[in-house]
Design a protein around this ligand. Structure first.
Ligand code: CA
Length: 617
């Protein structure tokens, strides 16, 4: 009987023993790091079959394992390392052992930081940002349009499908972007999105350390960065912390049940970012906003989990250092746990004091948006550590300003009213202004295709305070087309970006006359702006719009610029005595757009739905 019992126990345990010895290592993230950061800690996420049952050892001068965390899932280990200030760059061997035997190893590389890395300059009001949806800009490599094994193939006839644009296409057209006058480039997300549908937009990350191979490789991203920097331009990476894609590798094997916010059935966020600042918000509304999913294919990450929080913070630092980034655009900024987002911003600014991050805080009132700008004195004591925000209230106003006929004082008062609320912002000159982007209807489509409105909007954005952002194709009058519906049409292909396109609007010969006119208008203003510090950092003074005419001045000790927006259908002759507090010092001016000289400032003539930008002399 005893023998049978022993035999039974032996036989019962053999499969388990064999199983328990099945240990593998399939990834360590971050995959590499640098010496010389202010913060000496690094936390590795190690994933592999039963890797959580192993012990970790290393032998490298100045590098120590501070703590090893085992979590609910035995396929993970979180390893806390400390880097001594004296630690030299090099390769450390991480050894994973079980029962006294080494079962896996990983060569971990610590590189030296590039000289001046911490003091890198970032994007600011000196810049004009050009926003590109990479799948829709230019297809420079047809061989990567379809990658075997990936869930979605290219199909240019599907407005919501992948069209094949890539990093090669974008890099090949940097001269075009530079010639237009943009100095910074924000590219919609490029990280792997191995999703069955809508993978082209990039907002469903499935690997935080890998460029989607249909856009190119990590090395191709580095090449883009190098080519951007060679032109003296800046690169802004689009990041998403709120959610990942349902096809993310960890969704099949979560480290902990609370890695994502889980619900019994799919539960969508209410998209009400105001619940954060609303003093009367119900707990259930606030909870749903933060923990609800952005979409059924976008699991909501739980940034309150400290391992995930570290993971995301280190991921940002890895990309900044690895690709030499000049800025970050953070998607759906208010949706994650705001304490973690503040910790993220603080850490980045401690490592890179001049770094700029712009958060998508999509709220409609200046007070609501201003809550999110770093150093805002908020009633609840919250400091976001987010240097910049998008000016959604000004975007709303700009949409209405030139087409609203019935409003008191001709709609243009909306622009004045929004700027009049700049007292809300800690730094109103450090927020990003725009007329449209990849998420909203194109400006021209919203204006009944009235190009005069588009010119007024662009002239306003390029002369008012803030950091202007221009959406790709604006310069050649790209529209959503007859079928306006759906996000895919907001992101139509740039004509000429694909081999075989009937014309190439990247070249002057390929532009229709109206497109050439808009391109030249924008190019003139953007290059002029680039050379005029008074627009970058000058003060602003504006006058209450009267008779549909809005006048403002940008000035510093050296220069004064006068801008006149005429929102009437007809030409206006404007007596200027009202503006004497600025004009009395000047006798003439130059019309920046036409280049002509104005010798009499007593009356200015502005065409209907037109703009005058005058450098005063
Ligand atoms: Ca391609």
């Amino acid at each position: 009987m005893k023998i049978i019992k022993v035999l039974f126990l032996f036989l019962f345990h053999i499969p388990w023993l064999l199983y328990s010895q099945e240990i593998s290592l399939d990834r360590v993230e971050p995959p590499s790091w640098w010496t010389g950061f202010k913060h000496p800690e690094l936390q590795l996420m190690v994933h592999g079959k039963n890797i959580g049952t192993t012990t970790v050892a290393l032998n490298y001068p100045g590098l120590t394992v501070r703590k090893v965390h085992k979590v609910a899932n035995p396929n993970y280990l979180f390893v806390d390392l400390t880097l001594a200030p004296s630690m030299r760059p090099g390769k450390a061997s991480l050894r994973f052992s079980s029962g006294g035997k080494e079962v896996a190893s990983y060569t971990y590389e610590f590189r030296p930081r590039e000289k001046g890395s911490a003091q890198r300059p970032s994007f600011s009001s000196h810049d004009v940002i050009y926003l590109v949806t990479p799948d829709r800009f230019a297809n420079g490599d047809k061989t990567n349009d379809n990658i075997p094994g990936m869930a979605e193939s290219a199909n240019r006839s599907n407005k919501d499908g992948r069209h094949g644009g890539d990093l090669k296409g974008l890099t090949d057209h940097l001269d075009y972007i530079q010639d237009l006058g943009a100095t910074a480039l924000w590219v919609n997300p490029l990280l792997e999105n191995d999703q069955a549908r809508y993978s082209y937009h990039g907002y469903s990350t499935t690997d935080y350390y890998r460029i989607d191979p249909r856009f190119g490789s990590n090395a191709d991203y580095l090449k883009l960065s190098d080519e951007v920097h060679r032109r003296g331009m800046k690169l802004i990476m689009d990041m998403i912390f709120n959610h990942c894609g349902s096809g993310h590798w960890w969704m099949k094997d979560l480290p902990t049940p609370d890695w994502i916010n889980q619900w019994p059935t799919f539960t969508r966020t209410n998209y009400r970012a105001s619940t954060f600042t609303d003093p009367y918000a119900s707990q259930s509304d606030s909870n749903l906003f933060v923990r609800g999913w952005f979409d059924s294919t976008m699991p909501d990450l739980n940034q309150a989990n400290p391992f995930l929080s570290n993971y995301l913070i280190q991921n940002s630092i890895w990309w900044i250092e690895w690709a030499g980034l000049d800025g970050i655009r953070q998607d759906t900024h208010p949706y994650p746990f705001k304490e973690m987002m503040a910790a993220w911003g603080k850490r980045l600014l401690e490592e890179y004091p001049n770094f700029n991050i712009v958060g998508e805080c999509w709220l409609n009132y200046p007070a609501s948006v201003a809550y999110w700008q770093k150093d805002k004195c908020n009633k609840d004591g919250y400091n976001s550590w987010l240097p910049s925000v998008f000016d959604f209230p000004l975007y709303d106003a700009l949409n209405m300003a030139f087409r609203e006929k019935e409003a008191w004082n001709n709609g243009i008062i909306r622009l004045y009213d929004i700027l009049a609320q700049d007292f809300n912002y800690p730094d109103p000159n450090h927020i990003v202004t725009f007329a449209d982007n990849h998420d909203v209807n194109r400006y021209l489509d919203m204006q009944d295709y009235d190009v005069r409105h588009l010119k007024m909007a662009m002239a306003f954005l390029l002369t008012t305070r803030g950091i202007p952002q221009v959406y790709y194709g604006t310069e050649i009058l790209l529209t959503q087309g007859a079928d306006k519906e759906g996000d895919g049409n907001k992101r139509r292909d740039f004509p000429g970006g694909w081999p075989g396109d009937s014309r190439n609007a990247f070249t002057p010969e390929g532009r229709l006359p109206a497109e050439a006119d808009m391109f030249n208008y924008l190019r003139t203003l953007m290059h002029w702006r680039d050379a005029h510090e008074v627009i970058h950092t000058g003060k602003t003074r504006h006058f209450i719009p009267a008779d549909g005419v809005y006048v403002y001045f940008r000035y510093n000790e050296k220069e004064t610029v006068m801008v006149v927006l005429n929102n009437n259908e007809t030409e206006k002759s404007i007596p200027t005595a009202r503006y004497n507090e600025f004009l009395k010092k000047f006798t003439s001016g130059t019309d920046v757009i036409s280049g002509s000289v104005i010798n009499d400032l007593s009356t200015l003539t502005v065409p209907g739905k037109g703009v005058l930008v005058v450098e005063l002399k």
